[in-house]
Design a protein around this ligand. Structure first.
Ligand code: ADP
Ligand code: MG
Length: 267
């Protein structure tokens, strides 16, 4: 005891437990390979409820892959992922219902908005609520309208996505993820496909979400967002975390040569 890395008492030897833990998200020694190509080379991350972490770093450094390990869209090849008290351990069987519970705790927003073009904005936000949470159509639509108001798009409910700007589509994608009641939200460069002006309206929604207490992991190239909204910044390069700390100090005064080099190049 006293060793926080030791399995909790009574931990299921399959590696999957429902024990609540203090960290809402915890990655332990994550590795991920595609064939012989190791892309993530031992990354740890701990996130308390309400914390916002920004992940920055050069293209190809493994940021998207790491994010996709959090909700097991890419299961890690080594290491342990714990979200909302459910632990997945690489190489060990994990009951389907625990996997579903872990995935349900995580919402994700991608660079490409991935809205269904043949569904109205409202139906885009309702579909998964009805299919995966079993909500009635009325209930799902009431929640969708509430979220559309929150992202400033109630007037678009009955439009098709193609009639919305990129910034509006991304705000709809955020509403759609929020409709499932996630405990943590993952964002993978949510503004990088947008004109700067449209990116700003998306960043404003994300800032409000953060201020409202949402736990967030944000892969971003928006250095101002990383510095002003996130509590912590992680700089990744070549599959490892080269520097991590409170946002203001990492962004203004990086301590590592690699971190300094990256920030100098992008600022
Ligand atoms: P970043 O998001 O920091 O740009 P990625 O996580 O997308 O980095 O990619 C890291 C490395 O992993 C890249 O070399 C990329 O080509 C490789 N990679 C990512 N996804 C796959 C995949 N599904 N299959 C094979 N290689 C991949
Ligand atoms: Mg990426």
């Amino acid at each position: 005891t006293g060793d926080s890395d030791a399995p909790a008492a009574g931990q299921d030897p399959t590696g999957c437990t429902g024990h609540p833990r203090q960290d809402l998200v915890r990655l332990d020694a994550i590795h991920k390979s595609f064939g012989h190509h190791e892309v993530i080379k031992g990354v740890d991350l701990r996130l308390h409820a309400g914390e916002v972490v920004a992940i920055i770093g050069p293209s190809g450094s493994g940021k998207s892959t790491l994010l996709r390990c959090v909700n097991l869209l890419e299961p890690p090849t080594e290491g342990r992922v714990t979200v909302a008290g459910v632990t997945y351990e690489a190489g060990k069987p994990c009951p389907r219902k625990d996997l579903a519970r872990l995935r349900r705790a995580v919402g994700m927003v991608f660079q490409s908005f991935n809205l269904f073009p043949h569904l109205t904005v409202l139906r885009n936000i309702c579909l998964a609520q009805e299919r995966t949470l079993g909500r009635s159509r009325d209930e799902a639509e009431a929640i969708a309208m509430q979220l559309l108001r929150r992202v400033g798009l109630a007037d678009k409910a009955h439009q098709y996505p193609a009639r919305c700007s990129g910034g509006q589509q991304q705000r709809i994608a955020i509403a759609r993820a929020l409709a499932l009641g996630p405990q943590v939200m993952l964002f993978d460069e949510p503004t990088s496909a947008l004109d700067p002006e449209l990116g700003l309206e998306v960043l404003a929604v994300m800032r409000e979400l953060a201020e409202g207490g949402m736990t967030m992991i944000v892969v971003t190239h928006e250095m101002h967002f990383a510095e002003s909204v996130s509590n912590r910044v992680m700089i990744m390069a070549d599959g490892v975390v080269v520097e991590e700390g409170p946002s203001a100090s990492v962004m203004r005064n990086p301590q590592t040569e690699r971190g300094q080099r990256f920030l100098h190049a992008v600022k």
